[in-house]
Write a protein that binds this ligand. Structure first.
Ligand code: ADP
Length: 282
């Protein structure tokens, strides 16, 4: 990890990322890569843990699924959006400058985001962390090239959901300012596409003690979410192709809510639900 964070930082600052390394692993089967990586993640004898990235539009649920998988596979869940929000919470000219960009739905420069990520990886390394699930990084081709040049990514999981659902989910997001819990007040019930089943997602409401303390992210307004979706299509969607060309992309269309999607995602990743493992062992 120390080597990775140092290398990422030096690539970013000196603009010397290794593009040659990026074409090495073309052809690895997605399912095989997923299964092998998952086995590594669950094998304590093997020093190597999974190194996965989550791709997908704002509001698709990257944070929810990345966080669940990271607990299951015992690797840190590193969300660059969280690193940015921690920085914004520290008052000063730098956070003011960042807020101007983030609250307009734009991406921060590759240099800024890579510095934040390198710092987080260094801190993790000091604590003995192994492997990672990145959420919200890479978001540009340049970020993907830098990452590929310094370490192997086993798998890129690309979550997909219809655009009108993404917008509703972002607008419904709430956080408790006291306990930090994440909720969603949106109640989604829309016609299926091409005669498919209706899409229903019930709200995830806060407990009574959090109700009066709910806050909304300043970048979760309709105008800014629409801008973030445009930025995703322009700058981040090409990253999907980057991993597809290397045989590392797992596309996953989220069926409906979490209870239905989670077991299907585990199935796509060749992972056993720990709940089922427990019942099998009993
Ligand atoms: N990899 C990145 N590159 C550039 N900017 C980033 C990156 N990750 C996060 N940010 C900034 O932080 C904001 C919030 O990120 P995140 O919580 O991941 O948003 P989203 O809900 O849109 O996926 C982004 O809109 C962007 O301004």
């Amino acid at each position: 990890m120390a080597a990775i964070s140092r290398a990422i930082r030096s690539c970013a600052t000196a603009s010397r990322w290794n593009m040659a390394a990026s074409s090495k692993e073309v052809g690895a089967g997605v399912a095989r890569a997923a299964a092998a990586a998952a086995r590594r993640g669950r094998d304590r004898e093997d020093g190597r843990r999974v190194q996965w990235v989550f791709l997908g539009c704002p509001g698709v649920g990257k944070g929810t699924y990345a966080s669940r998988l990271s607990q299951m596979l015992r690797v840190p869940h590193i969300a660059t959006g969280d690193l940015v929000r921690d920085t914004l919470a520290c008052p000063g000219p730098f956070s003011k400058q960042l807020a101007e960009i983030v609250n307009h739905g734009k991406l921060l420069s590759d240099e800024i985001i890579i510095n934040l990520l390198s710092k987080r990886l260094e801190e993790g390394e000091e604590k003995g962390e192994l492997g990672f699930i990145l959420d919200g990084f890479p978001r540009t081709i340049r970020q993907a090239e830098i990452l590929e040049g310094v370490t192997g990514i086993d798998l890129a999981i690309n979550l997909k959901l219809r655009e009108e659902v993404l917008l509703a989910k972002c607008l419904g997001r709430r956080m408790c300012s006291q306990c930090g819990g994440n909720f969603n007040v949106a109640s989604i019930d829309i016609e299926g596409e091409n005669g498919g089943p209706r899409m229903c997602m019930p709200p995830l409401l806060p407990p009574p003690q959090c109700e009066s303390k709910l806050i909304t992210r300043p970048d979760d307004t309709e105008e800014v979410v629409k801008e973030r979706l445009c930025v995703y299509h322009d700058l981040s969607e090409p990253v999907e192709e980057f991993y597809r060309a290397r045989g590392k992309l797992l596309e996953f269309n989220l069926p409906v809510g979490l209870p239905e999607s989670w077991p299907k995602l585990l199935q796509a990743l060749n992972l056993e639900d720990p709940g089922n493992e427990r019942s099998a062992a009993a």
